[in-house]
Write a protein that binds this ligand. Structure first.
Ligand code: PLP
Length: 483
């Protein structure tokens, strides 16, 4: 497929401005004018429409393909939620509108959405308060860890370390470092959870807190969690819950009830919003009473007359971490999603997420090595080590799936498992789709026995097959058209 610049034809136009029929409004100073023409492509409207429509068809997305990525929930986003975010009264709201003017409730609806969402998130997680401000999961983590630091500072605690298990999402240790802490990494044991004895040996008075994903990125729940929380609290440490993928436990277990003090949620994973291509996101952060005074501003409050307002008056607050209302349109989608599903529907989310992952595990475990053969939660980690012995590696299986119309699962992460293939089917897929995926994986295994050489030319259905990733990184050229 050629690039838009290659399709350009000299003097071809999609639209021409009419001739000026009013007096010209003065001249632009010559020093601001271009000396050469700008190399925009010259095309007709039809050329442009075809070009971009064809490009869009090359996309892998939830709306076109099954997307069983592990560690980062990529599930169907109901169109109802999209439509809700486009309601003009919300979509056209200016962030600087006053809350109330001459008796008109200008932003009251938006504030009520934020207020209700906060109450619901508290209810779902067992936390005392939430801030809707953070703009992504990682931003939520930073907000949470900044509150952790503010807590220690207020108490005069001298703290240096944050403990992170080796199976953690990369944003966890990165967050700890950016907030000024050193990290202590805890290896996983043979059951796929943080090694309890090693953890115990690493806890000391300088530990500020522990960041934990539970279930972790092996898809496994840590059943020692109450003991762990006790040990961290004994040194006045803070328990941080990475709730990016809350679909594993929604309606079944609340982080606030099992010892966590602070957590973030990725609305763009658990509560709808497309997030391919890295954004946008929203990472609300919940805290218990211990950390409540440190929440960022603004906070949405309900006044005694029933109206809502933004409140900035918190003397221990860590301050601003985002402007205005956070990523409001995303929060609005989350609000719509929660209303759409209701209490029973939200509980069904975790039922189906866990059932689907275990179904795939059961159907594939005879052919794909299972490093941790136990009940998993919303995702399951296989290893392609048997196939690798035949010369077919995890990456080859990923490429094979592309040709079958399936987005590859996460491969080579978590780093704790060699040749890892990490699958999260999510709660939104039907049994039919899961069976198709299973069939493809079994076929890949069969091909690895009968025709291993075939894999190395895959994928065949994409415009580019296997780019040289090392060369692309070492000889990066983003200025192709201006050179
Ligand atoms: C996605 C994810 C994050 C980071 O969230 P972003 O919104 O991408 O910044 C953190 N932790 C876990 C477990 C995740 O899956």
């Amino acid at each position: 497929m050629s690039l838009v610049f290659e399709k350009s034809v000299d003097q071809r136009r999609g639209y021409k401005n009419p001739a000026l029929d009013v007096p010209a409004a003065g001249k632009i100073d010559a020093k601001y004018l271009r000396s050469e023409d700008c190399p925009f492509p010259e095309m007709s409207e039809l050329d442009v429409v075809r070009h971009y429509t064809q490009l869009s068809k090359l996309n892998f997305s939830i709306d076109t393909h099954f997307y069983p990525l592990g560690s980062c929930t990529m599930k169907y986003n109901p169109k109802f939620c999209e439509a809700s975010a486009r309601v003009p009264g919300f979509a056209n709201l200016h962030p600087l509108l006053p809350q109330l003017k001459d008796g008109e409730r200008l932003t009251q609806g938006a504030l009520e959405v934020l207020y209700d969402l906060e109450q619901w998130m508290c209810e779902m997680t067992g936390m005392a308060s939430f801030t809707m401000q953070p703009l992504a999961g990682a931003h939520g983590e930073l907000t949470g860890v900044m509150m952790m630091a503010a807590y220690h500072k207020a108490k005069g605690n001298k703290k240096r370390y944050i403990i992170v298990p080796d199976s953690a999402h990369g944003t966890n240790p990165a967050t700890a470092r950016i907030a000024g802490y050193d990290t202590i990494s805890i290896p996983s044991d043979e059951n796929g959870v943080m090694d309890f004895e090693v953890l115990k040996s690493k806890i000391n008075d300088e530990v500020a807190g522990l960041m934990l994903t539970c279930p972790n990125t092996h898809g496994l729940f840590n059943s020692d969690i109450d003991k762990i929380a006790q040990m961290i609290h004994d040194v006045d440490g803070i328990m941080y819950y990475d709730g990016a993928n809350l679909n594993a436990i929604l309606g079944r277990c609340r982080p606030g009830d099992i010892g966590f003090d602070v957590m973030h949620i990725n609305t763009h994973k658990t509560f709808t919003t497309p997030h391919g291509g890295g954004g946008p996101g929203a990472g609300p952060v919940g805290v218990n009473k211990k950390l409540e005074p440190f929440l960022p501003v603004s906070r949405v409050v309900k006044k005694s007359d029933g109206t809502f307002a933004l409140d900035y008056d918190y003397e221990d607050s860590i301050g601003y971490i985002a402007s205005f209302y956070g990523n409001f349109a995303l929060l609005l989608r989350a609000y719509a999603y929660i209303l759409l599903l209701g209490e029973e529907g939200l509980r069904a989310v975790s039922d189906h997420a866990v059932l689907n992952a275990n179904y795939i595990k059961a159907c594939l475990k005879d052919k794909f090595h299972l490093p941790f053969d136990r009940l998993c939660m919303h995702e399951v980690v296989f290893s392609a080590k048997k196939q690798a012995e035949r010369g077919v590696h995890a990456v080859d299986i990923a490429k094979y799936l592309i040709d079958q119309g399936i987005h590859p699962p996460t491969v080579y992460f978590p780093l704790t498992v060699k040749e890892s293939v990490m699958v999260e089917p999510t709660e939104t897929e039907s049994r039919t789709t899961l069976d198709e995926f299973i069939e493809c994986m079994l076929q890949a295994d069969l091909e690895s026995q009968e025709n291993p050489g075939m894999f190395h030319g895959l994928p065949k259905t994409t415009p580019i097959s296997r780019p040289d990733e090392v060369k692309a990184a070492r000889e990066l050229n983003t200025n192709y058209f201006t050179q």
